[in-house]
Design a protein around this ligand. Structure first.
Ligand code: ADP
Ligand code: MG
Length: 290
């Protein structure tokens, strides 16, 4: 039978909005040295709004948006919802998409009217030696905006900038963890400048940006190799390998099913500050047992 303290803590945790899926790993939360946070959808709300559309090569802004939004209909990334929302606001009708593919950590691809459309990250564009207005790109990134690029048949036809909002509770989380001697780290697939901007708002000093999903897991492994106990907190499909690798995997309740199925604990209220509650609760629960 489960020890009484554990049973009690389970009902307390449910009330606090913590869904504990793996009791043994939850127990280890009392000894954490570091919490790694994904950025988009975890430290930020993951509710993107389109702020700028830049059209090139003779295309109109609405055309850039229409191509992008059409292909994004197949994606569950928060960027997709932002771009589709902007198209809807402008009453732009979306086209049918064939051969959709998601390029993990880099973007998406699909065919519209027989033409291959890509909506991709800055890294993809740089890796493929495509030219663009770097000055404008840097300016938008430094303002904390996530910029994606729209390609038609490998030709870059525009940029779409999106802004997300930092969760107020994320700042509290970082501060409270620090008080408990727990180090906060950010791990994101997004651009370095955007990552730095968000980290600065939150007081996070250690940041890894432009990290692909498998590298997220590797990064967690490296931190573990220092002899640290590490928790990973994330919401996306791209966070699943890192959630599985960490000593404690924590999923945001509003995130994807894959993240929740991989995690040891789910933050039902999607409040990053509940990581602090979780550490507290494991300390209180297991202190009594030994
Ligand atoms: P994060 O770690 O911040 O959740 P991801 O690994 O999911 O980021 O994505 C990394 C980058 O890949 C994004 O910042 C974006 O540039 C690009 N990307 C991913 N999915 C999409 C999409 N559906 N549309 C456009 N770009 C995308
Ligand atoms: Mg995310």
């Amino acid at each position: 039978a489960a020890p009484l303290v554990v049973a009690v803590s389970t009902s307390i945790s449910a009330k606090k909005g913590l869904l504990i899926r793996n009791q043994a790993n939850f127990e280890g939360a009392r000894n954490l040295n570091a919490v790694v946070f994904d950025k988009t959808g975890t430290l930020t709300k993951g509710e993107f709004g389109v702020t700028d559309i830049i059209a090139d090569k003779g295309y109109q802004k609405d055309e850039v948006l229409a191509y992008a939004a059409s292909v994004e209909q197949n994606s569950e990334h928060p960027i997709a919802a932002g771009i589709i929302g902007a198209a809807k606001d402008k009453a732009i009708s979306l086209n049918k998409v064939n051969d959709f593919e998601s390029i993990t950590g880099k973007g998406i691809q699909g065919k519209v009217d027989g033409k291959t459309i890509n909506v991709v990250s800055p890294k993809y564009v740089l890796d493929n030696y495509l030219t663009f207005d770097r000055k404008l790109f840097s300016k938008m990134s430094e303002e904390g905006k996530t910029v994606v690029f729209v390609l038609v048949e490998e030709e870059l036809i525009g940029m779409i900038a999106l802004a997300d909002m930092v969760r107020d509770t994320a700042k509290e989380a970082v501060r409270s963890l620090k008080k408990q001697g727990i180090h906060s780290i950010m791990l994101t697939g997004d651009n370095q400048k955007v990552a730095d901007w968000v980290a600065k708002q939150l007081g996070i000093e250690e940041v890894y940006a432009e990290v692909l999903p498998d590298d997220k897991a590797n990064q967690v492994k490296k931190i573990k190799e220092k002899g640290w106990k590490v928790a990973m907190t994330g919401d996306g499909v791209n966070d699943a390998p890192a959630l599985a690798t960490a000593d404690l995997g924590i999923a945001i309740g509003a995130g994807t099913d894959v993240a929740m199925e991989t995690a040891d604990v789910v933050l039902v209220k999607s409040n990053p500050n509940d990581v602090v509650e979780l550490v507290d609760l494991s300390r209180k629960t297991y202190r009594k047992m030994v």
